[in-house]
Design a binder for this molecule. Sequence first.
Ligand SMILES: Cc1cc2nc3c(=O)[nH]c(=O)nc-3n(C[C@H](O)[C@H](O)[C@H](O)COP(=O)(O)OP(=O)(O)OC[C@H]3O[C@@H](n4cnc5c(N)ncnc54)[C@H](O)[C@@H]3O)c2cc1C
Length: 393
Amino acid sequence: MGTKNYDAAIIGGGVVGCAVARELSRYDLRICLIEKEKEIGSGMPRAGSAVVHAGFDAVPGTLKARLNVLGNKMMDQLAEELDFDFIRNGAIVLCFDDSDVIRLLELHDRGKMNGVPGLKLLDRKKLGRREPNITKKSPYGLYAPTGGIVCPFEMTAALAESASVNGVEFMRNTEVSEIRKEDGVYCISADGEEIRAKYVVNAAGIYADKIHNMVSARTLHITPRRVEYCLLDQEAGTHVTSAIFQLPGAYGRGILVSPTVQGNLLVGPAADQEEQADTAAGAAGLAEAYGKSLWSVDGIPFHKAAASFSRLEAYEDKDDFILEEAEDAEGFFDAAGMESTGLSSAPAIGAYMAEMVAKKADAAKKEHFRPGRKGFAGFAAAGREEQKEGGGL
Ligand SMILES: Cc1cc2nc3c(=O)[nH]c(=O)nc-3n(C[C@H](O)[C@H](O)[C@H](O)COP(=O)(O)OP(=O)(O)OC[C@H]3O[C@@H](n4cnc5c(N)ncnc54)[C@H](O)[C@@H]3O)c2cc1C
């Protein structure tokens, strides 16, 4: 068993772990990132899309609210520096009954409290002008101009590359199975390696509770929930321009219809299903998503369906991000409970966590941090080998 020594070890190479790695690499620290899978960002749909949420949904005063709005704001500069596609196409939340306009107004006020700029209530006529394919079932919509879309896999790869260029060592195919503390240092056992680090950041997604519970008696509990999406091919991609959400309520959580940065159309998610370990998209769930999506958008060309996929989301019992040093494990930091806005918030979470760890480590900023990275056109749509050649991890 080899032993490797670092100042800080980040567990998990999803978008959050990679964002923390990049931000922490601004400091004069020896850092490694440990990922159990062969590839970084393995939990991300390769050719999918994600919404960069505006931030009107989260409860004011929560970390989720604050870091979603800040992460959204940081996205332009990050996309510019790391050369990944980010389109600020706006988002609209539709209601389907005149009486629901009150709930849209509540969402508007909540958004204002969270600091979301430019929110507007649109009536039927204005909705139709902005999005001609929105159905007549919707009398009002809340428009958020700061909503956007990215390719989550491309963004994660870009963050990882930037962290790597700035000195973070990536250990892939390396699953953390045990963590002990000896003489003030965490000893992490992972696939035959012993990794020793004074500080640990737990960014293990749906397994963050298992990692946390290895060192802390104050246990975390994360519930994985499966969500399913359908991707329509590029001929369908211009059917709407904004991300169209439904006000959650009578029809459940609501369905999203959104263009993707690659020019496809995304429809979903289908019904939540708890504690599902597999990620195969189910036909029943997708049929339900199709049906519900027709409430918001007319004439979705479902015959152009190109792929369907499902992924697991992490829900933590307290319903907010957990971004803190564990109370009973000094130097061990959780970045857990990311749920459905983790990607939008990732730039802000990265900076927030890095500052916390650097302060604890009393680390100074490096003189020569390299913020830039050159991506390549069509990264997200490219095959795996092309992505590797182009620099993807
Ligand atoms: C289908 C779907 C759609 C979504 N859409 C959006 C959206 O539109 N907008 C948005 O903002 N958010 C969205 N989200 C949420 C967002 O994607 C997540 O919040 C975010 O990806 C969480 O990132 P993470 O890095 O915390 O977790 P993950 O991406 O799960 O990364 C955790 C990593 O830790 C690794 N790991 C776990 N255990 C170990 C171990 N023992 N040893 C080593 N490595 C380990 C895993 O392999 C994994 O790579 C969506 C989520 C899903 C599932």
